[in-house]
Design a protein around this ligand. Structure first.
Ligand code: C5P
Length: 304
C-alpha cells in the first residue's frame, strides 16, 4: 500500500554572523558562520506516483534538473535503488534567490520527505553526505535552530540557542548568484596555518555572539553594497526605523532586522509600505526543538 500524501514545511535561514576566511584548494571558501532557522517557510507536498513530477506555484522557479528537489530525488534514488516516482508540489514563500537558503532548505526537506514517501531508511551520515553534494547550505537544514558552522559551511559546532520574536526581513529585488558574490570578495588563498588560527578567532566570535552587545558582521556586505546599493539602503532604512540590529543575510539580497518590541516592528513594517518593490516578512526564530518537531513525520526513516 502506498504512503498517504503529506506536507512538510521548509523553513528559511538567516546568518547572524558570516566571515569568509579565504580560498581553499578545492575552490570553495572557508567560512565561519552562525545559521538560524526562522518562521518564513515554503510548504512541500509529497504524494506517490509512478513518474517524478515537480510543480510549483511560483512562475520563476525552475522545476527541471537544476532544482534542488529534483536533484535530491536523483541522489536518493541512486543511493537506495528506488524505482518509484513522486508527485511533489512546492508552495514558494521564501524569496529566491535571497540569501535565505530557500532552495537549500527545499533540497534538505525533499531528501527527508522522499525517504518517508518511499519508505526507505537512511543513515544520518548518508543524508549529510547527500546534503553536502546538493550545496553548502543544505546540511544545516538537517538540524535547524541556531548552529555554528565552519569549513564550506558544512561542519557544525554548537553555539547557544538564540531566540528573537520580532524580526523583519526585507528583500529588495536584486539577484546576486552565490558564486559571483564569492568571486567579487577576492579572498586570497589560505595556508593551513592561517586557516587554523583565523578559524579559532572566528569560532570564538560565533560562540560569544550576543544580539544586544556584539556587532553583527557579514563579510559580504561591503562588496555587495557597492554592486547593489539598494541593499545598503534597505539596511540603513531598517536602522533608521529603530531596529536594534540589521544585517544582510548570506550573500544577499535579504536584510534582516531585529526589533525590541512588537510595536517597534509593526511601526517599521507600516513605514516601509511606501517601498513597494521590497518584499517584507515578519518572522521569529525557530528553535532546534521546534524544527525537529516539524520534521516528526520523517523521523522514523532516519537512523543514527
Ligand atoms: O555550495 P553551493 O552550490 O551553494 O555554492 C555555490 C557557489 O558558491 C560555489 O560554486 C562556489 O563558487 C561558492 N562557494 C564558495 N565557498 C563556499 C560556498 C560556496 O566559494 N563555502
Amino acid at each position: 500500500m502506498s504512503v498517504q500524501p503529506f506536507k512538510l514545511p521548509s523553513f528559511a535561514k538567516l546568518n547572524w554572523h558570516l566571515r569568509v576566511l579565504g580560498k581553499r584548494s578545492d575552490g570553495f571558501h572557508e567560512l565561519c558562520t552562525v545559521f538560524q532557522t526562522v518562521s518564513l517557510a515554503d510548504v512541500i507536498s509529497f504524494a506517490a506516483d509512478d513518474e517524478f513530477i515537480l510543480t510549483t506555484d511560483h512562475p520563476d522557479i525552475q522545476t527541471g534538473e537544476t532544482n534542488l528537489i529534483t536533484r535530491a530525488a536523483r541522489l536518493l534514488t541512486e543511493l537506495k535503488g528506488v524505482s518509484a516516482g513522486a508527485r511533489i508540489h512546492l508552495e514558494k514563500k521564501i524569496p529566491a534567490p535571497g540569501g535565505l537558503g530557500g532552495g537549500s532548505s527545499n533540497g534538505a526537506v525533499a531528501l527527508m520527505g522522499l525517504a518517508r514517501l518511499w519508505s526507505v531508511n537512511v543513515d544520518k551520515a548518508d543524508l549529510s553526505e547527500m546534503a553536502a553534494k546538493l550545496g553548502s547550505d543544505v546540511p544545516f537544514f538537517m538540524h535547524g535552530g541556531t548552529s555554528g558552522a565552519s569549513g564550506r559551511g558544512t561542519e557544525f559546532f554548537p553555539v547557544p540557542e538564540i531566540e528573537e520574536k520580532h524580526i523583519l526581513i526585507v528583500a529588495p529585488r536584486c539577484d546576486i548568484p552565490t558564486g559571483r558574490a564569492f568571486e567579487v570578495l577576492g579572498r586570497r588563498d589560505l595556508t593551513k596555518t592561517d586557516a587554523i588560527s583565523i578559524l579559532k578567532i572566528c569560532r570564538n566570535e560565533a560562540l560569544t555572539l550576543n544580539l544586544r552587545e556584539s556587532e553583527l558582521v557579514n563579510d559580504f556586505e561591503k562588496v555587495i553594497f557597492e554592486i547593489e546599493p539598494e541593499i545598503k539602503r534597505a539596511k540603513e532604512k531598517l536602522l533608521e526605523l529603530e531596529a536594534r540590529k540589521a544585517l544582510m543575510s548570506g550573500s544577499g539580497a535579504s536584510v534582516f532586522a531585529v526589533f525590541d518590541s512588537e510595536e517597534l516592528l509593526q511601526s517599521a513594517y507600516n513605514d516601509l509600505q511606501i517601498e513597494d518593490t521590497w518584499r517584507k516578512y515578519i518572522v521569529r526564530t525557530i528553535s532546534r526543538m521546534e524544527y525537529r518537531e516539524s520534521l516528526k513525520p520523517v523521523k522514523e526513516f532516519i537512523r543514527d
